[in-house]
Write a protein that binds this ligand. Structure first.
Ligand SMILES: Cc1ncc(COP(=O)(O)O)c(C=O)c1O
Length: 414
C-alpha cells in the first residue's frame, strides 16, 4: 500500500466551476483530461486579475503596470522551471503548445545539425506532434526514421534498442502514451541513447500533468509539454532544453523580442529564452499556466500520481467485472505501469457511437484515433473510445462511465 495521502477530490471538485453544470439532464462527468484539462477558479482568477489590474505588453514598457505584467510573466516561467526540476528559468521557452515546442526543435536544432542519412528514432506510441515534424524533415533532408516497436500489451519492445539507436542523432520519445497510458522508462532510454551518442527529446504532454517529473533526473536534452493539460489555459506550452543547447541553436521565428540589434544589413539575437520568443507572447496565458502549476504543486505530484493510479485500477477492474470480454482495453494490464488513460473497444460498436450514447448520460469521453495513427495501425483499429482522468475525477465518475456504457450495451443490444 502506498503511503501517499489521497487527494481530497470533493474539495478539488468545488474549485472547478464547470463541474457544477448539467449536461443532457445529468451532472457533468468529464473524462477527457488527456485531451485537455478543466480549469480551477484560481487559474480563471489569475488571468482575470492580470487583465483587470496589470495588463500591458511585457519586456517593453518602463511604466509600473508594464513592469508588473513583465514580473508576472517571468514569475510564471520560474514556476514552470521549478515544477519540472529545470536548473534555470531561462531554459524554459514559452511556445503555443507542445506541438510548437517539438517543431521548434525540428526547425532549429535538427535543421542545424542533421543531414541526409542521419537517423532519428521514434516509437509506435508517438502522438502526431512527435511524428509529423520528423516526416517533414525526412522529406526535406532525407533523414532516416527508425521505429521502436511495441509488445503485445503496447509497451515499448526494447529487445532491439541498441541496433535501432546505433548511429542515431536523436531519440524522440513520449514519456506516457495518450492512448494506452503506457508509462515509458525515460531514464533507461536516455541512458541507452546517450551511450549511442544521440540527443533525446521527450514528449512530456501526458506525463508532466500526471506524475512527478524531474528533467535533470531524466537526463534528456529537450522536453515539450502544454499548459492546457496542466489545468492552465490553451494557447501556451513550453519547451525545456539545456541552456548550452539553446544558446547554440539558431532562432526559430524572427521579429520583435528575439533580437538584440537589427540593422539594414542583419540582426543579432537576444539572450535565451527570449531568442526563441518572437513577437508579443501569450501574457495572461503564461500567468494562467503558472496558476495551474501552483494548483498541482500544492496538491503534490506524488499524490496526483497515486490518485491517477488508484482511479485507473478501480476503473479497469470495474470495466472487466461488468463487461468481461465484450470490452477490450489496450495497454499494460495493471495501473502501476500506466497513467490515467483507458482506451478501449466495446464489442463491435463504433467508438463514436459509444461516445455519443454515453454523452446522453453526461459522460464526456473521446472517440477517434487520438492523433496517434501509427499506433492505431499497430492496434489494427481505426479508432478507440478513451476515458481519461484528472485530479477532479473520483470513483463516482468511473461508476457513471460503467453505467453509461451499460446503457450503450443495451441500446446496441450486444
Ligand atoms: C502525448 C501527446 N503529445 C503531444 C500532444 C500535443 O499537444 P498540443 O496539442 O497541446 O500541442 C498531445 C495532445 O494531446 C499528447 O497527448
Amino acid at each position: 500500500m502506498s503511503e501517499t495521502p489521497a487527494l481530497d477530490v470533493a474539495r478539488i471538485q468545488a474549485d472547478f466551476p464547470i463541474l457544477k453544470r448539467q449536461v443532457n439532464g445529468h451532472r457533468l462527468v468529464y473524462l477527457d483530461s488527456a485531451s485537455s484539462a478543466q480549469k480551477p477558479q484560481s487559474v480563471l482568477d489569475a488571468m482575470d486579475r492580470i487583465y483587470r489590474e496589470s495588463y500591458a505588453n511585457v519586456h517593453r514598457g518602463v511604466y509600473t503596470i508594464a513592469e508588473e505584467a513583465t514580473a508576472a510573466f517571468e514569475a510564471a516561467r520560474a514556476k514552470v522551471a521549478r515544477f519540472i526540476g529545470a536548473p534555470e528559468a531561462r531554459e524554459i521557452i514559452f511556445t503555443r503548445n507542445a506541438t510548437e515546442a517539438i517543431n521548434l526543435v525540428a526547425y532549429t536544432w535538427a535543421r542545424a545539425n542533421l543531414e541526409a542519412g542521419d537517423v532519428i528514432v521514434l516509437s509506435h506510441l508517438e502522438h502526431h506532434a512527435n511524428v509529423v515534424p520528423w516526416h517533414i524533415l525526412r522529406e526535406e533532408r532525407g533523414i532516416e526514421i527508425r521505429w521502436i516497436p511495441l509488445t503485445a500489451d503496447q509497451r515499448l519492445d526494447l529487445s532491439d534498442l541498441d541496433r535501432l539507436l546505433d548511429g542515431a542523432s536523436l531519440l524522440g520519445i513520449t514519456a506516457m502514451s495518450n492512448v494506452t497510458g503506457t508509462i515509458v522508462d525515460v531514464p533507461h532510454l536516455v541512458q541507452a541513447a546517450k551511450a549511442a551518442g544521440a540527443h533525446v527529446l521527450v514528449d512530456g504532454c501526458q506525463a508532466v500533468p500526471q506524475m512527478p517529473v524531474d528533467v535533470q533526473a531524466w537526463g534528456a536534452d529537450f522536453v515539450a509539454f502544454s499548459s492546457h493539460k496542466l489545468l492552465g489555459p490553451a494557447g501556451i506550452g513550453a519547451l525545456w532544453a539545456r541552456a548550452e543547447l539553446l544558446e547554440a541553436m539558431p532562432p526559430f521565428m524572427g521579429g520583435g523580442e528575439m533580437i538584440r540589434d537589427v540593422t539594414t544589413e542583419g540582426f543579432t539575437t537576444n539572450d535565451i529564452p527570449w531568442k526563441f520568443e518572437a513577437g508579443t507572447p501569450a501574457i495572461a496565458e503564461a500567468v494562467g499556466f503558472g496558476a495551474g502549476i501552483d494548483y498541482l504543486a500544492a496538491l503534490g505530484m506524488d499524490a496526483v500520481r497515486e490518485h491517477e493510479r488508484a482511479l485507473t485500477q478501480y476503473t479497469l477492474d470495474a470495466l472487466a467485472d461488468r463487461f468481461g470480454d465484450n470490452l477490450t482495453v489496450y495497454g499494460p494490464a495493471g495501473a502501476d505501469d500506466r497513467g490515467g488513460v483507458i482506451s478501449f473497444l466495446f464489442d463491435d460498436i463504433h467508438a463514436h457511437d459509444v461516445s455519443q450514447v454515453v454523452d446522453e448520460e453526461g459522460v464526456c469521453v473521446r472517440a477517434g484515433h487520438h492523433c496517434a495513427k501509427p499506433l492505431m495501425r499497430v492496434l489494427g483499429v481505426p479508432a478507440t473510445t478513451r476515458a481519461s482522468f484528472g485530479v477532479y475525477n473520483d470513483r463516482a465518475d468511473a461508476d457513471a462511465l460503467v453505467d453509461a456504457l451499460a446503457k450503450a450495451e443495451a441500446f446496441f443490444a450486444i
